[in-house]
Design a protein around this ligand. Structure first.
Ligand SMILES: NC(=O)c1ccc[n+]([C@@H]2O[C@H](COP(=O)([O-])OP(=O)(O)OC[C@H]3O[C@@H](n4cnc5c(N)ncnc54)[C@H](OP(=O)(O)O)[C@@H]3O)[C@@H](O)[C@H]2O)c1
Length: 212
């Protein structure tokens, strides 16, 4: 298309026998094309055109995220934040995480469960691969991958963002979040440290975006 435009301008201006206009036409078109490409590459435009794959997770200091197919801590502020971020969006989770939810499916959210064994669960879309889950939401702006460990492991290399809650304590557990390679992620937002009176732990939030 760009080539045709250049040809069109060349032929038209050349038709009048003016090479200067031909060169001028080329630079004008080049200018607008480069502006258009720059526009496409801005983060905002990228975000609008492309479905963002966001991981949402709460990890302990030692990367533990769960034990006996359950969460280890119950920090109500964090659960509220989870709700606020994910409500009216799609959440993708593995079968174990789905069955660990006290109330399921999650209300006011499109629930997609990844499983090769589950069939027909009311209020839930079951798919047998993570790619199929992402294909179902390809026209959405942001999808939230909410675990568990096996799903995080498979998604961390293709995720665009991590909504991270760091609980400042080491816990014994049996499921872990993969190690975050700091060279691949940049912290774009960090909260102050908050104290949870119920669990008697400190925690904080971070938003990490993939370095591009
Ligand atoms: N701290 C947090 O933020 C957080 C968040 C979520 C979960 N968790 C914790 O994480 C633990 C659960 O994690 P988990 O690793 O045991 O289980 P999981 O990832 O929730 O689910 C594993 C199951 O998902 C299905 N699955 C995984 N990859 C698949 C693929 N590529 N294609 C098709 N199906 C696939 C399989 O189901 P089938 O066997 O049916 O095929 C697999 O057995 C729990 O303790 C939970 O509380 C913590």
């Amino acid at each position: 298309m760009i080539y045709s435009l250049i040809r069109w301008s060349t032929v038209n201006v050349n038709g009048k026998g003016n090479n200067l206009f031909c060169v001028y036409g080329f630079f004008v078109i080049h200018f607008f094309c480069s502006k258009f490409v720059a526009f496409l590459l801005t983060t905002d435009t990228y975000d609008k055109l492309y479905m963002k794959k966001s991981i949402i997770v709460a990890i302990a200091d030692n990367n533990v995220i769960g034990k006996d197919n359950d969460l280890i801590w119950h920090i109500s502020e964090d659960l509220k934040r989870f709700k606020k971020l994910t409500e009216h969006h799609t959440v993708v989770m593995g079968r174990n995480t789905y069955f660990s939810l006290p109330f399921r499916p999650l209300k006011n959210r499109r629930n997609i469960v990844v499983s090769r064994t589950l069939v027909d669960v009311e209020g839930v879309e079951v798919v047998d691969s993570i790619d199929k889950a992402f294909n179902l939401v390809a026209d959405e702006q942001e999808v939230f991958v909410m675990g568990g460990a096996s799903i995080y492991e498979q998604v961390i290399d293709v995720a665009d963002r991590i909504y991270l809650t760091v609980v400042k304590k080491t816990f014994e557990g049996d499921t872990y979040f993969p190690k975050i390679d700091e060279s691949k992620w940049s912290c774009v937002e960090e909260s102050e440290v908050i104290f949870d009176d119920n669990e008697k732990v400190e925690f904080y939030y971070q938003i990490l975006d993939r370095v591009r």
